[in-house]
Design a protein around this ligand. Structure first.
Ligand SMILES: [Fe+2]
Ligand SMILES: [Fe+2]
Length: 286
């Protein structure tokens, strides 16, 4: 099974800028082009929150117009910049509810079972999991303990080491989550966004990761400075489940040359020349 992940797309209105400088549509379109050219195609594209910048209807309309280009099924979860009503409007397969109802759900259609947790707190940049939410997670993990499972959430359950981010945009409930996850041996990974950087950490017997934004990255600065962005490349994460284990790849979205070195010239270069995939059906959106 192959999962492509995009995160923190921060789409604004057409022609607008994010953080005064970045057109977030550019990185997202390039990420989609990279994903659509994958062979084999991913079984699923995960969009792990902060899909738009301010939660407005116009931004969601622009987002969905761009995402319609994705050939594979798309599964979104909310981040702190998202609006629960708007994300439900745009992705009608998400569980229905009031704005106060978290969008927690399980996807059972694939080799890997996905448990999606809504870590957002409406109106706030930081995230949390609650005791009742972790009781639900416990119940879900206990329901199918032989099936490899991935937990998907926007806010990572670990600090970034970037002081302003951890102070203003951090996470509450990491110990609650760890106490549940530690009881099971089938959680392959906890896949997150939010930190606008790729980082990976051991967490309660599994691996928790945040992945790079398709829009802009945060400056990696362990001193207590002010928020700053950097135009380090946007990226897509590719999570490949094979032989009973998940291997996760960080793939920058850049114009990168490929070449065959002299020592390999006589070998087949078919892997470099396969044609783009064709024949996909109508895009499926959650
Ligand atoms: Fe973000
Ligand atoms: Fe976020």
């Amino acid at each position: 099974m192959l999962i492509a992940q995009i995160t923190d797309c921060h789409i604004v209105e057409p022609g607008g800028l994010m953080a005064d400088r970045v057109d977030p549509a550019v990185g997202l379109r390039r990420a989609i082009a990279l994903i659509n050219a994958l062979d084999p195609q991913p079984d699923l594209v995960l969009a792990t929150g902060d899909l738009v910048n301010d939660g407005s209807s116009a931004q969601y309309d622009n987002l969905t117009a761009i995402l319609d280009a994705i050939a594979a099924p798309l599964l979104p979860i909310p981040g702190n910049h998202d609006d629960r009503s708007e994300i439900r409007r745009c992705f009608p397969r998400l569980p229905v509810g009031d704005p106060d109802d978290r969008i927690d759900f399980v996807v059972d259609d694939y080799e890997l079972r996905l448990i999606c947790l809504d870590t957002t707190i409406p109106g706030r940049p930081d995230g949390q999991v609650t005791a009742d939410q972790m009781a639900w997670l416990d119940h879900q993990l206990a329901a199918d303990p032989d099936r490899p499972t991935v937990i998907v959430q926007h806010h990572p359950p670990f600090p970034s080491g970037i002081p302003w981010m951890d102070r203003d945009c951090g996470f509450t409930g990491a110990q609650l989550e760890a106490d549940v996850v530690r009881r099971y041996g089938h959680v392959e990974a906890i896949i997150c966004g939010h930190l606008h950087r790729s980082m990976h950490r051991r967490f309660a017997g599994t691996v928790a990761s945040s992945w790079s934004s398709t829009a802009a990255q945060l400056v990696l600065d362990f001193r207590d400075g002010q928020p700053r962005y950097t135009n380090e490349p946007a990226a897509v994460a590719l999570h490949r489940f094979s032989d009973g284990a998940l291997a996760s790849h960080h793939v920058p979205v850049v114009d990168a040359d490929r070449w065959v070195p002299g020592w390999a010239e006589k070998k087949s270069d078919s892997a470099l020349t396969h044609p783009p995939p064709t024949g996909f059906g109508k895009p499926q959106r959650w």
